[in-house]
Design a protein around this ligand. Structure first.
Ligand SMILES: *[C@@H]1O[C@H](CO)[C@@H](O)[C@H](O)[C@H]1NC(C)=O
Ligand SMILES: *[C@@H]1O[C@H](CO)[C@@H](O)[C@H](O)[C@H]1NC(C)=O
Ligand SMILES: *[C@@H]1O[C@H](CO)[C@@H](O)[C@H](O)[C@H]1NC(C)=O
Ligand SMILES: *[C@@H]1O[C@H](CO)[C@@H](O)[C@H](O)[C@H]1NC(C)=O
Ligand SMILES: [Ca+2]
Length: 435
């Protein structure tokens, strides 16, 4: 079991409907039984402000050690957040009514452009949103603190390896994403309906490039994203043009300026230059894909300028504990399905390997070292987009950028000549995104 699993327990308890739902209280009476699968309660005597807790997750119970006083603090802050969201919601409705009023009156008047000053109402709205944002940040920081404490408990809880953490994980993720969704939609509803608020749409959390696009950003470039409130905000490159835009790019090759023959640590944290060639980093790719609804799009261009693409409906990279295992499927495109080539060469469900870390399926060597690349090697590969950048076709070890269904493994007529590629791009976008 890993660290995030304990955080999951914490989150589950924070966001589970047992605490009554953050926004829709009217609906919380119904379906109480199945929404309340996980419980956390005091168990035993407190010593000072340290109380033992017990998490019940039928059919098992986990006894948590005492250092969980932070839970209460975090819980209170979530409670506060809940209240401010409700307040915001209420004032939002008032605001909307006034906005409608306003429109009614306006129909007989001539509006002078630029003369409208923000009403008292919208200023109040603005403050509320800022307040809410501050609170959200606080809760996020508090969750990070709680995680540190939970880290200390990791080894002891490792014994209790009975829970199917995937289920818990999914349950919590859907709760958290729903909360974020509700906050975001509430927020955009409010600021778009308020008079004189203009086109400035304030968003609390941008999870990825698709969120930035929805907020009106239409220019390719570097943006900040927070895919997971418990983790950090970081920069990504957004492709806002291809097929409606909203793509978070996590790999780019175009001129060979960045060396991809790198260590596990480099692939974990990312390397290169977001404006040019880079690998975003496996931890970040994990955070971006963990909600499980990302599609992958790969764009390839050969030295003659011919362009092909491969897209996959499903794309998920697990965390470091699971060696960044790849889940990929649902191919469509023109370049061929080189990731799931055949029984022998299949990159789905393979671990990540680097020249200094052999997690591959090849028993007598390290594919990462042999092909100078970090990749989800099988034994070894039918695709490797992190290979060496060659400026022209080459011979010898096939350690260049490789996509086995385009320039095939068995192209006899190529006479041992390896094809080089001019550019490669790997990027993701939520499946729910509407073009
Ligand atoms: C998200 O929350 C809303 C309002 O509480 C609810 O109607 C909806 O069913 C929830 N969706 C999911 C996927 O939980
Ligand atoms: C990759 O790096 C290793 C270790 O630094 C080095 O021995 C090897 O020659 C490099 N491969 C290429 C193709 O540059
Ligand atoms: C990244 O690349 C851009 C464009 O090539 C360049 O202007 C910038 O200085 C580079 N940044 C770093 C940190 O190397
Ligand atoms: C997310 O948090 C984990 C645990 O603290 C950390 O190992 C990881 O590097 C973080 N990821 C990012 C992208 O900051
Ligand atoms: Ca091996």
């Amino acid at each position: 079991m890993n660290t995030s699993a304990y955080l999951v327990l914490l989150q589950t308890f924070l966001f589970s409907s047992c605490m009554s739902d953050v926004v829709d209280e009217e609906e919380s009476n119904s379906g109480k039984d199945n929404s309340c699968a996980i419980r956390l309660r005091h168990s035993g005597k407190c010593e000072g402000d340290e109380c033992p807790y017990q998490v019940s997750l039928p059919p098992m119970t986990i006894q948590l050690p005492k250092q969980f006083q932070l839970l209460e603090k975090t819980l209170n802050e979530v409670q506060n957040l809940k209240e401010s969201i409700n307040k915001l919601k209420k004032s939002c409705q008032e605001c909307k009514l006034q906005a409608d009023d306003h429109q009614g009156k306006d129909s007989n008047e001539v509006q002078v452009p630029g003369s409208a000053t923000p009403t008292e109402n919208s200023r109040v709205e603005n403050n509320k949103i800022q307040e809410l944002q501050t609170k959200l940040n606080k809760v996020s920081a508090s969750l990070k603190n709680a995680r540190n404490q939970i880290n200390d408990l990791q080894s002891r809880l490792e014994m209790a390896n009975l829970v199917n953490m995937d289920n818990v994980h999914n349950y919590v993720d859907s709760k958290v994403s729903n909360l974020t969704f509700v906050v975001n939609s509430l927020n955009s509803k409010c600021s778009s309906k308020c008079p004189a608020e203009g086109s400035t749409l304030i968003q609390l959390v941008y999870r990825n490039c698709a969120d930035h696009l929805k907020a009106g950003k239409k220019v390719n470039g570097i943006y900040k994203v927070t895919p997971d409130l418990q983790n950090n905000t970081f920069e990504v490159y957004c492709d806002m043009e291809t097929l409606g835009g909203g793509w978070t790019v996590f790999q780019k090759r175009q001129d060979g300026s960045t060396n991809f023959n790198r260590t596990w640590a480099d692939y974990k944290n990312g390397f290169g230059n977001l404006s040019n060639e880079f690998w975003l980093g496996n931890d970040k790719i994990h955070l971006l894909t963990k909600k499980g609804d990302m599609q992958l799009r790969i764009e390839l261009e050969d030295l003659k300028g011919v362009k092909e693409y491969a897209k996959y409906k499903q794309f998920y990279v697990a965390n470091e504990y699971l060696k960044y295992r790849l889940t990929v499927g649902g191919y469509d495109g023109t370049a061929g399905d080189a990731l799931l080539f055949n029984k022998k060469y299949n990159h789905d469900q393979k671990f990540f390997s680097t020249p200094d870390k052999d997690n591959d399926k090849y028993p007598s060597g390290n594919c990462g070292a042999y092909y100078s690349s970090g990749w989800w090697f099988d034994s070894c590969m039918s695709a490797n987009l992190n290979g060496k950048y060659y400026h022209k076709d080459y011979k010898g070890v096939r350690n260049g950028i490789f996509w086995g269904t385009w320039y095939s493994v068995s192209d006899a007529h190529l006479n041992g000549i390896r094809k080089a590629f001019k550019s490669v791009k790997m990027m993701i976008r939520p499946n729910s995104f509407m073009e």
